[in-house]
Design a protein around this ligand. Structure first.
Ligand code: NAD
Ligand code: MG
Length: 297
């Protein structure tokens, strides 16, 4: 089996998938996604880049967050997993892979749209891991609505609460624990620059995350805490089938990128590893685009 360090053609490193139309209730499960995703279970090879680190990763039961959690563990980190209670099955799958890598997995179910849980989850992670020096703010919700007339106040506010308000609260709480040398990586999106017509609320939060990332990087630099972002393009995850895209768009998902295919979650993991490892010590306020070749500002 080749790994992420094997010389490969990016065009066909992973298959060009044509997902069938399908629907899952929010938040969606990797366990029920067709086709299945590649989270690096059989391919991600650690090289000791995060030895001894202690990380809290939100939204790490599935998709990109799961791939990041698996990679972090194989790079030597203990990992606290934050996810919604309905996602226990996916979370247990990831926790087992972390333990197989010889690292600690701490499962912390709860709803980040609740301000109190944002503070609790950080405290529980730091207590359970014996400290905290890496934070990945990756949880997010995306619900497609074609017409602003149908975009409710409730949805607008819930999307902002989950994607950006929670990020502010988790970062604020984490700073009580993060020593100099620690890192924060925020999941933003190509939607921050190229909003889809049906993702007005979601795309607005991603633009806010880019700005928050740069501002916080500037504020925290003197403390030795680095803040960066990763902006994925179309990545095949449960987010897309739990109303993240219009159903009829699923078979075409990711095909309009220069690489001609959707990305797999494990293709994101090295970006998060790089921005968390000390090898990126002079990289701050950067958004690393991992999007199959779509031009960005
Ligand atoms: P995903 O559904 O696998 O992950 C999102 C996770 O967010 C869920 O697993 C869930 O645990 C968490 N979450 C949602 N609402 C929550 C809440 N209220 N409280 C706690 N946790 C909550 O999908 P993904 O695509 O891997 O998404 C991960 C991140 O990547 C998101 O921020 C998403 O916006 C971003 N992203 C994804 C894509 C893509 O194409 N898949 C593209 C750009 C950005
Ligand atoms: Mg999930």
């Amino acid at each position: 089996m080749s790994d992420q360090l094997t010389f490969q053609n990016p065009v066909d490193r992973f298959p060009d998938i044509t997902p069938p139309e399908q629907d899952q209730p929010e938040p969606g499960l990797d366990a029920e996604l067709i086709p299945n995703t590649d989270r690096g279970e059989d391919s991600y090879r650690g090289t000791g880049r995060l030895e001894g680190r202690r990380a809290l990763i939100t939204g790490s039961d599935s998709g990109i967050g799961a791939a990041v959690a698996i990679a972090f563990a194989r790079e030597g980190a203990d990992v606290a997993l934050s996810y919604l209670p309905e996602e226990e099955e996916d979370a247990q799958y990831v926790a087992r892979l972390i333990e197989d890598a010889g690292r600690t997995a701490l499962c912390l179910p709860g709803d980040l749209s609740d301000p109190e849980f944002c503070r609790d989850v950080v405290r529980q992670a730091a207590d359970g891991l014996g400290g905290l020096d890496a934070l990945v703010n990756n949880a997010g919700r995306q619900i497609a609505v074609k017409d602003i007339a149908d975009l409710t106040d409730e949805q607008w506010e819930h999307t902002f609460a989950t994607n950006i308000h929670a990020m502010f609260r988790v970062v604020k709480a984490a700073l009580e624990f993060l020593p100099a040398g620690s890192t924060i990586v925020n999941s933003t999106s190509v939607q921050a620059y190229s909003p889809s017509a049906h993702l007005i609320d979601y795309a607005s939060t991603k633009a806010a995350i880019n700005n928050f990332t740069k501002g916080m990087a500037t504020q925290l630099a003197p403390r030795g805490v680095r803040v960066n972002g990763v902006a994925p393009g179309p990545i095949w995850t449960p987010l897309q089938v739990s109303d993240g895209q219009p159903k009829e768009a699923l078979p075409h998902f990711g095909k309009n990128t220069p690489l001609g295919r959707a990305g797999q979650p494990t293709e994101l993991a090295p970006a998060y590893v790089f921005l968390t490892s000390t090898e990126s010590s002079y990289v701050l306020g950067e958004t690393l685009n991992v999007n199959g070749g779509q031009p960005t500002p």
